[in-house]
Design a binder for this molecule. Structure first.
Ligand SMILES: C[S@@+](CC[C@H](N)C(=O)[O-])C[C@H]1O[C@@H](n2cnc3c(N)ncnc32)[C@H](O)[C@@H]1O
Length: 262
């Protein structure tokens, strides 16, 4: 195994901003920190912003520096990648950013309905061949999961190098109850003043993968989707079933002799 990966995993254990819960417990019916991030992790009730598939996590760190009155959580299944952001945040004493090792399809085990004000998806793998909607991170099933976690009026921001991924994301919004508020096919080529100043600042940050695509001459796309109506219980249950597997696997039935305690 790659030595630097192992070193980073070991170092993550000592960094207080890193959360690496036992994922087998979570997928077996448990949850982690759900509804308690503000109070227990950040010690305040400031708005919570998630970056899903954060990679190195330096975008989350940059946002945390710029917006000290918000809390940022970078989520990725690869802890050795976000070690970079966690190390930087620790060295600089930035207290409003945390990192969570988790799979995005289980997001509702980590965040309560309405707990996040914004969600960013940055340069997700486009997965355009995904017909079932279980791999592309902006399929209607994923969008419903995000919408559930967003507070009323909350925003899903999606930045990508793939025009097809961008188009599918925007197309699927109606099915997921999200409202398309903005769409750009050339973020870095837009005239000044096109985005409000705060959003322009966030969009100006160039992530590690984004830099690769820009060097290859690709255009960067952006969509902003706002939470509309609350996700219906049956739509959320379907999304959970599709992304997480059948309910029996998610919540094992209790043995019959214990059932009377329920
Ligand atoms: C193409 S990279 C982009 C990284 C970063 N956002 C950037 O722009 O540099 C995609 C990242 O998403 C993470 N990822 C992909 N699918 C995931 C999932 N289902 N759950 C958690 N992380 C995931 C990968 O581990 C990887 O770090």
């Amino acid at each position: 195994m790659n030595r630097s990966k192992r070193n980073r995993w070991a170092e993550n254990e000592a960094l207080s901003c890193v959360h690496e819960p036992d994922l087998t417990k979570v997928t077996a019916g448990g949850h982690y920190m759900r509804g308690r991030w503000g109070e227990e992790v950040f010690g305040n009730d400031h708005p919570i912003v998630l970056e899903l598939g954060c990679g190195q996590g330096l975008f989350s760190v940059d946002l945390a520096r710029r917006f000290p009155d918000r809390n940022f959580i970078g989520v990725d299944v690869k802890g050795h990648r976000f070690w970079r952001g966690a190390r930087t945040a620790t060295d600089e004493g930035i207290g409003n950013v945390a990192f969570l090792r988790a799979r995005i399809q289980w997001l509702d085990r980590f965040f309560a309905g309405g707990e996040a004000d914004e969600i960013w998806l940055t340069f997700s793998d486009p997965q355009l061949a995904d017909k079932r909607g279980t791999k592309r991170l902006t399929s209607p099933y994923y969008q419903r999961l995000y919408s559930h976690i967003l507070a009323p009026g909350g925003t899903l921001h999606v930045k990508t190098d793939s025009g097809d991924f961008h188009a599918r994301t925007v197309e699927d919004a109606a099915e997921s109850g999200l409202i398309v508020r903005d769409s750009s096919n050339n973020v870095h080529g837009e005239p000044e003043g096109r985005f409000d100043p705060e959003l322009a600042t966030s969009l100006a940050f160039i992530t590690a993968f984004e830099l690769r695509w820009i060097r290859e001459g690709r255009r960067i796309h952006y969509a902003s989707l706002e939470k509309g109506t609350e996700v219906a219980d049956e739509d959320l249950a379907k999304a959970q079933m599709m992304l997480q597997g059948p309910a029996e696997r998610v919540q094992p039935r209790r043995p019959k002799h214990l059932a009377s305690d329920d």
